[in-house]
Design a binder for this molecule. Structure first.
Ligand code: SF4
Length: 235
């Protein structure tokens, strides 16, 4: 598991470097997107629990449980399952979850993320060029949305056979069953990477992005060693 955690950290670091020049309005203390509807993989949750000691924070289990009593988003398919359907020319599975807006229980009294350095990719991927509160929602460049999906797919592939779902469901079930053994209702199984779907006008930037990503070091390996050799690309 350790080298997979190292690969996950390498992806987080790569993403932070790659997106460093993209202007965002997000500022410390703004937590509009920190809801109870964040999704994650078991790899990310196990990493966060281990590194941030989530369950040593007093009251955290009660806060998570009470969030789960309200409406929360629960995906019906993983990102790679959705990509497979699209690549086969099928419509995405219809969603039936509710995007409840209850606040994430990882926020501390100051409104800051208590697990910030170890937060899942869904938290890192959420950014906006304009202040969401004023604009009524987040605004992202199309290419950023594309590479966010690519990173979601890669993390799922690295955790294939592991689990995917609402972060709070994964935390609660993981706490009951122990690290690395996450099972339960509302939880999906991560799938292998079926390939990427890239808009034609973004192909050159995507290829440059992938060339950099696969060269990112992970100990004696590179991130490319964690991926299929020549992933299919549909454009
Ligand atoms: S884990 Fe942290 S960054 Fe992610 S939604 Fe919760 S408070 Fe926000």
């Amino acid at each position: 598991m350790k080298d997979t955690y190292d690969a996950l950290l390498a992806i987080y670091t790569f993403y932070e470097d790659f997106t460093a020049d993209i202007p965002v309005a997000c500022r410390s203390g703004c937590n509009t997107c920190c809801t109870a509807s964040v999704t994650a993989t078991s790899l990310e949750i196990n990493y966060m629990v281990k590194m941030a000691g989530v369950f040593s924070t007093p009251g955290v289990v009660n806060r998570i449980s009470s969030c789960l009593n309200g409406p929360v988003y629960r995906p019906v398919s993983t990102i790679n399952q959705s990509a497979s359907r699209c690549m086969a020319g099928r419509e995405p599975a219809p969603e039936h979850g509710t995007h409840g807006l209850g606040k994430c229980p990882m926020l501390n009294k100051e409104g800051l993320c208590s697990v910030y350095a170890f937060r899942p990719f869904a938290c890192r991927a959420m950014s906006s060029e304009s202040a969401c509160k004023k604009a009524g929602g987040a605004f992202m460049q199309s290419f950023l949305i594309t590479i966010n999906l690519v990173i979601y797919q890669i993390i799922e592939h690295m955790d294939r056979g592991g689990q995917y779902g609402n972060m709070l469901d994964l935390l609660i079930v993981g706490m009951k069953t122990g690290e690395g053994i996450i099972k339960g209702d509302h939880i999906l199984t991560n799938q292998e990477l079926p390939g990427f779907i890239i808009p034609p006008d973004e192909l050159p930037r995507f290829k440059s992005f992938m060339r950099r990503l696969v060269r990112m070091p992970v100990g004696n390996l590179k991130l490319g060693d964690y991926l299929p050799k020549e992933p299919r690309i549909i454009s």
